[in-house]
Write a protein that binds this ligand. Sequence first.
Ligand code: AMP
Length: 403
Amino acid sequence: MNILVINAGSSSLKYQLLDPDSGKLLAKGLCERIGIDGKFTYKPQIEGKNALNAVDVAMPTHSEAIQAVLNALVDKDNGVIASMEEIDAVGHRVVHGGESFASSVLLTDDVMKAIEQCNPLAPLHNPANLIGINACTAVLGSKTPQVAVFDTAFHQTMPPVAYTYAIPYEYYENDKIRRYGFHGTSHRFVSQRAAAMLGKPIEELKIITCHLGNGSSIAAVKNGKCVDTTMGLTPLAGLPMGTRAGDMDAGVMEFLMNKYGWDMKEMMNVLNKKSGVLGISGVSSDFRDLDAADEQGNVRAKLAKDVFCYDVKKYIGAYAAAMGGVDAIVFTAGVGENGPALRIAMTDGLEYMGVTHLNEQANAVRGQEIDVSGEGSRVRVLVIPTNEELMIAMDTAEIVKGL
Ligand code: AMP
């Protein structure tokens, strides 16, 4: 079975063609600058096939972008499938499913309307996701089934005590203002992999999943269900991130807006684009740059990493409390998978809850699922590369097989 996975943004579109049963990736790539000057990248994963790197392709709309993807996939020299009929279904990443979607769903006209109703909750992302879906329908026709996989869906099992904000309740009732959480596809994927690694049913495990990348969030997964997560109504909440502030006293906004005469747009730009580890360090949002600056003695780069690690550790403690214990802590995404020193810092001092100093040899290994727990650790510490596209393809296949 071949599933085309699409992640559409307002002027970009990432794609992968993969077989969810074997996990084999056939091709992947990126359409950028859609509606501007159209750059197209295609990376076939089959020996002997040639890649295309940011070549100029006219892409006035997402429909031409999808057409370019299909042309590349079926190209007689460098394609990976013989015809479009070999694409069994399309799986779309959709950012916000609000309270309407607690799992992945086959796309129908009614579902499209329900996603549209979530647009106010993610005004930058959901409309772009819908454009990507419509573009696929326009190019592939309606007989190729399409599935929506939501970033928020996995977190819909959170109880009211975890998702309710302490503001007047009418804003929840009238406007659906509450914690939703994001990165759900990744948290679900790595929690399932963690259970497989531990050889236990997920229904018997308490897992804390730390998705630490440019955007970062942590989830508490009890018996296979998310019971709490750090991101909120929007992805601005929780941990400090590459450029996002994370949790902060809302009074800071009033102070800064008054002092500098900013409007809300300027304030949000600071909180989303200029804060996080970039804001603290003044160096970079990228942890590799922070490591390099730290090695040169840059005190603020070290402080940025320390604040980040401290907050991760704080949430690990909080979620162990929320679940009444923890069996495994999982690290994933760019920083979680590639930052051995950060993983040591983030778990240092957790002996009281059964986490011993990590096994330095295992902790140095990269690019594979590995148990990095130290000797005598009651809590397993796991590094698991995330694969959101595979999870989207697996969901899509499951729904399509049931049709
Ligand atoms: P992601 O958003 O998951 O792609 O993660 C991106 C972040 O991962 C980058 O900003 C880097 O800070 C971090 N990262 C990627 N590779 C490494 C590495 N080898 N060592 C440390 N951090 C890394």
